[in-house]
Design a protein around this ligand. Structure first.
Ligand SMILES: [Zn+2]
Length: 372
């Protein structure tokens, strides 16, 4: 994959950036003689052992041994491959990259991915309009505020609402020039047995799912009453692979790294309410059986992982499998225990975030004790 990036372009990108400036976006650096020092962004520490040399444009950590140049720094901080890191920085610098020579098939996939990403982005905006600007949306908005969410957090997570009709979103997207087929491929439409298309999400609170580059790759939709299914998610698409994503990782990874600790919830609402209360190292697994890919994502950002599932699912076989997967990935796993019948969202709203932290997070049991 490397070959489509000419050496001189890579060099141009490298020279464009001052490493001190780039790293300052991740940890604060202080001048110390010829170098700069700060707390290491790769491991958790209280006294600085991380050094950046402006002359050599290299960094090194005497604590954990991390070291390298601007590319290796971005690769590990942003979880990117080398070509992706070059692209990431080139974008930021406004340096054009030569198009990679793709096969015909590869070109088609690339174009389709771009179009599905546009469809997702537009749909997210449409759902937000519906939440804030329609009569039906008022009910959804008051449902959210009734559950304790404020405007700021609703905006941060870009929550929205899907109208109850069968064709609102499809018609909107068609009016923007997108085909029913691609709306189906984006996972926003379903097709009936007779072959007609209809909106997959209707009368639901909409939670966009972002990848780590903040691109919308899918959605979760939650009902506001007791109808079933309570949650409906996007199907697998060429953008959304459920086994490889963690909800809110795009927001949570910074605090995860800082604390070297990740908190894993089951659902969207748990994460959002926790963020609103200032607990920002949490993600949702959207299912209880954590996959190997999800475990690796967590391990890249934190070595300690605390699972805080709803009390009634914590003991399920799927949960146990997920815990073992996490241990195998090298995470130190703890399991938080909630009072019977409660989920983290309930608990935080009723007892407050401090009590949640003291009573639930801090008292989480190491996996081995939990199993006994
Ligand atoms: Zn370090």
């Amino acid at each position: 994959m490397n070959d489509f990036l000419p050496e001189d372009t890579i060099e141009e990108v490298r020279q464009h950036f001052d490493l001190v400036e780039v790293i300052s976006g991740y940890t604060s650096l202080k001048k110390a003689g010829r170098n700069y020092t700060g707390l290491c962004p790769f491991h958790s520490e209280k006294t600085p052992s991380f050094t950046v040399s402006p002359e050599k444009q290299l960094y090194h950590c005497f604590g954990c041994g991390a070291g390298g140049n601007v590319f290796s720094f971005i690769m590990s901080q942003e979880n990117l491959s080398f070509p992706e890191a070059v692209k990431f920085l080139a974008n930021r610098a406004g340096i054009p990259l030569p198009e990679r020579q793709l096969s015909e098939e590869g070109k088609k996939i690339k174009i389709l991915k771009e179009e599905l990403a546009e469809i997702n982005e537009l749909s997210m905006k449409y759902f937000r309009q519906a939440l804030f600007k329609t009569e039906m949306g008022k009910k959804a908005l008051s449902y959210l505020t009734g559950r304790g969410l404020d405007k700021e957090i609703i905006n941060k997570f870009q929550l929205g609402y899907s109208l109850p009709q069968w064709d609102k979103l499809i018609n909107f997207l068609k009016s923007k020039g997108y085909s029913q087929d691609n709306i189906l491929k984006a996972g926003l439409a379903s097709r009936s047995e007779r072959g007609s298309y209809y909106d997959r999400f209707r009368n639901r609170i909409m939670f966009p799912i972002f990848n780590q580059q903040n691109m919308v790759i899918g959605f979760g939709g939650r009902v506001m009453d007791d109808s079933q299914p309570k949650y409906l998610n996007s199907p697998e698409t060429i953008l959304y692979n459920k086994r490889k994503s963690l909800y809110a990782l795009n927001f949570a990874r910074f605090q995860m790294r800082e604390r070297d600790q990740a908190l894993v919830f089951e659902g969207y609402m748990d994460v959002i309410i926790a963020f609103q209360k200032g607990l920002e190292n949490c993600v949702a697994s959207l299912g209880t059986s954590l996959t190997e890919d999800q475990a690796r994502l967590l391990r890249r950002n934190a070595s300690k992982v605390i699972i805080a599932y709803d009390s009634d699912t914590a003991g399920e076989a799927a949960t146990w499998r997920g815990l073992d997967t996490l241990s195998s990935a090298g995470c130190r796993v703890k399991v938080a225990q909630l009072p019977p019948g409660q989920d983290p969202d309930d608990f935080i709203r009723k007892k407050g975030i401090n009590t949640f932290h003291e009573e639930i997070v801090k008292k989480a049991l190491p996996l081995i004790d939990y199993k006994l």
